[in-house]
Structure formats: structure tokens, C-alpha cells
Ligand binder design. Sequence first.
Ligand code: KG4
Ligand code: ZN
Length: 333
Amino acid sequence: MSETLLAIESSCDDTGASIIIDAEIASNVVSSQIDHQNLGGVVPELASRKHMESIGWVVEEAVKNARIEKKDIDAIAFTRGPGLMGSLLVGVSFAKSMAQALDIPIIEVNHMEAHILSHFIDDPVPDFPFLCLTVSGGHTQIVKVFDYNKMEVLGQTLDDAAGEAFDKAGKIMGLPYPAGPHIDRLAQKGQAVFPLPHPTVDKYHFSFSGLKTAFLYFLQKEMKKDPGFIDNNIHDLAASLQSTIVHILLKELKQTSQDTSINEIAIAGGVSANSALRSQLSKVGAELGWNVYIPKLEYCIDNAAMIAQAAWFKYLHQEFSSFNITADPRLKV
Ligand code: KG4
Ligand code: ZN
């Protein structure tokens, strides 16, 4: 008899639902809240309202696409945190209510651990222990992954996340939110000709807030001389910013690999969709003899398939959560 889980993701501004049957993803539905593009960022109140509107049909769609019926579901997984409280509450409450109606157990999942475990959705899968650079809009961490349930954060950002650095610098350039994908696209036609600072922090750690400020001051200075500076140099500015961020990320990753003697290297999270990070990692990995694991684009951005995969490991060990559980916006790896 097959084992079937429904997984729900609602930590930020994407509502996702996925079905996993006997360790295989059978459906993966995401509804993105494009309204935030025009608002310069995610507005928490608006995000939770949108989740309320979408979650019903997103779950229906995931069930339909997997060609199952709700009565076939054996457990329901949900993102407990980290994320926005109002957004998380929608997913947690929906999962608990549906599970109670179906009289089945629930499984809590940590969103950041799920980004890492998305590497187990498709072959090739990394060997334990591996290092994962987790880079999203809210996090930048180097994690040593011993097992699906045992992870140690070796280093992290002391201020802004890498995705935030892309988004904030992009906002200064007048790009829509989230700016990361726009910078990636613009950089493809540019050269990294503008030198930007590389902050020095303790090894394995990161700091991006100084980069954003330096970028702002640099643009203000140049705009005084030439008000059209940003428009005239948009491709080179994007390439300079992107290459600086990628350089900073890979420098610490190399150091961590060297110190831990781990050559199984993965990236995960929204910024792992960045084309320069993906190509540079492959290049550095080939030079240093790493086995490199780069997620498919659909598993870089927030999605429920990664929640389903993380929940699958827990399901195999019958690790269920209490119905008293609530969301935890600051849940740690
Ligand atoms: O993991 P994610 O979808 O949501 C969070 O959990 O934060 O990551 C979103 C972040 C945003 O900061 C976005 O700008 C960034 O990932 N991002 C990118 C690219 N695609 C998404 N950054 C650089 N290049 C990209 N291609
Ligand atoms: Zn995420």
C-alpha cells in the first residue's frame, strides 16, 4: 500500500502545496503573490490575507494533479518557521484543521532545513556529511549536514542576508521587488567593472550591510556628476554587484570546505537560482575536486515539494507533532 503525504508551505509570500507518494514528488503547486512587486517588498498583512485566499485552491490543485483523493492522505506536513508569523499561521491552522477532519497526524518542518533537504528530491543526492550554503531573502548560512535531522550552522550572516543584499541594492537602482532575478538578468549583458568592498568578518561568516551602503554612496557620488549614471551603466552595475556577492559567498564556502575536509558541497534557497553563483560554484568545484549539488530552479525558490521531502524523512521515523503546536517565526536550524 502506498504512503501519501500532503505538504503546505506558507512562510513568506508564496503559497505552496505538494503531494509526495512513496518518496516521489507527485505534485508541486505554487501561487506567487506578484502584488508585492509593486510594493517594494513583502507587506506581512497583505501576505497573510493572500495566503488565506489561495491556500484552499492550491491544496485542491496539488491533490488533483497527484491524481489522488483526500482520503488517501496519511499525514499533513506544514512549515512551522522561520518566516512571517501571519503567513505561517495560515499554513499551520489549515494543516491542523484538515488533519483533524481526516483524523491523520501532522508533521512540522523547518523551512531552512527543507531548503537543504530539497537535494534529496532528485538524483544525484549528496552523501552525509555535506556542506550546504543556504542563501535566501532572510538567511545566509553555511550548514554542516550530518543527517536529515542533525545539522550544525558553522557560519552565517551578521546582518543582511545575501538575497536582501540583492534586493536592497536593486531597490537603490530602481528595480522591482525582488530584485535578485532582475540583477541576474541584467548582469548577463554587463561586466564587473566597478570595484565594491569585501567586508572582513570572522571566517565562515558574512556581512552584507556595508556592501549595500557602499553601493548607495558610490551611486550618489556618480549621480552628482552624471544624473543618468544608473541607467547608462545598469548592466555593469548589476554585474559588479553580483560578482561581489558571489565572490564573498564562495570565499567562505572554500574556507569551510578546506577546514572541514568535506568535498560534498550543496547550495540551496532563493539565491541559489543565481546563474553566476551556479556557474562559479561548478567551476570552483571542478578545480577543487568537489561533488557539487545545485538544485533545479523550481526547488530554489520557496516551494512545498521541499517541505514534502523533509516531512518524508520524519514520516519514515513516525515523527509526528502535537496538535498544540503553533508557528515559530524564529525557528532555528
Ligand atoms: O528562498 P526564497 O524564495 O525566500 C526566502 O525564504 O527568503 O528567497 C528569496 C530571495 C530574494 O531575496 C530574491 O531576490 C532571491 O532569493 N533570488 C535571487 C535570484 N532568484 C531569487 N537572487 C539572485 N539571483 C537570482 N536569480
Ligand atoms: Zn525560502
